[in-house]
Write a protein that binds this ligand. Structure first.
Ligand SMILES: [Zn+2]
Length: 206
């Protein structure tokens, strides 16, 4: 059985959605994370999701891939790791996930949060690197381009570790990111930049 099959067979969409912080109501609906959704318009079935607002749809792997900006394979790996599925063991040997200790659950939420902020930052840097690249050798380098060049590899490295490293190493990274409010500061900055961006777009549209 492939990793994809294994993951899809063992993890249903609503469980994954809840695990990564979406609030699923009794009807299996949640607010869609892929568009500005005020009321729950995403339906979560066992095997797939569908958003009545924006048409987003897919299986459990698609959901996680889109949530975190991962490839399908990375998303399957992340799911397997977070739900304790070992692709090397035959399916019969997979025990049901043990109930998580509250401490571990709180940690996981923090990890998901860190990864979200890092991925957002990563996507911003990627676009800066293209958007603000110097057009001629004489151009003064844009700060955003410089930041992208300096930070891209490191941020990508951290995000990769948070997706694929052993728990022990991930705990250390999350600890480091939370130290001195690093991740909170970054999140605040990203929100501010996004607001400025939206305001700018509104202005140019007017
Ligand atoms: Zn939607």
């Amino acid at each position: 059985m492939t990793l994809f099959e294994l993951v899809k067979q063992n993890i249903c969409v609503p469980d994954a959605a809840e695990h990564y912080g979406l609030q699923v109501n009794r009807n299996g609906m949640c607010r869609c994370p892929f568009h500005e959704d005020r009321h729950p318009s995403m339906k979560l079935n066992e095997k797939y999701f569908y958003c009545f607002g924006c048409g987003a749809t897919g299986d459990v792997i698609d959901l996680v891939a889109r949530l975190f900006g991962l490839s399908s394979y990375e998303a399957a790996q992340k799911l397997a790791q977070d739900f304790g599925i070992d692709p090397d063991k035959p399916p019969a040997a997979i025990a049901l996930p043990k109930p998580e200790r509250p401490q571990l659950k709180a940690y996981r939420q923090e990890e998901v949060h860190c990864l979200r902020v890092l991925c957002d930052y990563l996507h911003l840097l990627e676009s800066w690197k293209v958007q603000y690249a110097p057009k001629t050798p004489e151009d003064v380098l844009d700060d955003r381009f410089v930041e992208a060049c300096q930070m891209l590899d490191y941020v990508e490295y951290l995000a990769d570790l948070l997706i694929a490293a052993e728990l022990e190493q991930r705990v250390k990274i999350v600890e480091m990111l939370n130290k001195d409010g690093l991740i909170a500061g970054l999140e605040e900055r990203l929100n501010r930049l996004k607001k400025e961006d939206d305001a700018y777009e509104k202005q140019s549209a007017a």
